[in-house]
Design a binder for this molecule. Structure first.
Ligand code: IPE
Ligand code: IPE
Ligand code: MG
Length: 231
């Protein structure tokens, strides 16, 4: 008998965790784990496009990650700059639109300028919307939203009004959150948006989470029953 068609989430959010442990298990420096993590992300973006997922939002660097050793932060920033350069053509070819959320003004210029260029170059693409959460914190986003509300002089009256103050008002709430690396926590990700998201945790370390990992998560999601507080 034919398999039933996959029930595909419209918006998948991912906490890409476990790069450091992947490297340690192999006696490699953490930076090499991050480099392998970029390869996994490349696969997952392509697989998301192929599955017909509308939005993919990945936690790439948190506000708390600034407290890691300077050498690791620098390695991550260099990797981001290099990856943007390396991936731009492929993203264009796959009709992927790239966006960012977070306090991106805090990123070094080498990353900020490349990001701005990538966001600009892909702005007209109509396929997967691929959002990078960079220097992102859920609490920071809520504080920034409140600040914007005060500055505008018109406080939000409804939840929809408030959602329009978030970093990207066009981003729908995630249907599925995937966290790799075995930890079962949110780590300050998308605190407002995750209110009714289905949570999926896997022991797989992010560098090992490829197309098959995504398909398994989406299949699991397809078996969930969402109620949104109703009967
Ligand atoms: C996630 O992997 C990537 C970032 C947070 C930038 P980690 O670097 O947190 O890897 P582990 O959790 O130490 O294995
Ligand atoms: C969450 O992973 C942040 C990113 C994946 C970018 P962390 O490794 O920073 O989270 P904790 O410290 O385990 O909560
Ligand atoms: Mg981690």
């Amino acid at each position: 008998m034919a398999e039933p068609p996959l029930k595909v989430p419209r918006h998948v959010a991912a906490i890409m965790d476990g790069n450091g442990r992947w490297a340690r298990q192999r006696g490699l420096p953490r930076a090499l784990g991050h480099r392998e993590g970029v390869k996994a992300l490349h696969d997952v973006v392509k697989a998301s496009s192929d599955l017909g997922i509308g939005f993919l939002t990945v936690y790439s660097f948190s506000t708390e990650n600034w407290h890691r050793p300077e050498s690791e932060v620098n390695a991550l920033m260099q990797l981001m700059a290099a990856s943007i350069d390396a991936e731009q053509d492929g993203l264009m070819k796959n009709n992927v639109r790239v966006k960012t959320i977070g306090r991106t003004a805090d990123l070094p210029e080498s990353v900020r300028l490349r990001l701005a260029r990538l966001v600009d170059a892909t702005a007209g693409n109509t396929g997967l919307v691929f959002t990078l959460a960079l220097s992102y914190g859920g609490r920071a986003e809520l504080v920034d939203a409140c600040r914007r509300a005060v500055e505008s002089g018109s406080p939000p009256a409804t939840e929809n009004d408030f959602a329009r103050l978030l970093y990207d008002p066009e981003l729908p709430d995630p249907d599925l959150l995937i966290r790799t690396g075995g930890e079962q926590r949110i780590s300050n990700y998308l605190l407002w948006q995750l209110a009714y998201t289905e949570l999926y945790f896997t022991e797989t370390l992010w560098p090992d989470f490829r197309r098959d990992g995504l398909v398994a998560a989406v299949e699991d999601y397809g078996r969930r029953q969402r109620r949104f507080g109703r009967v």
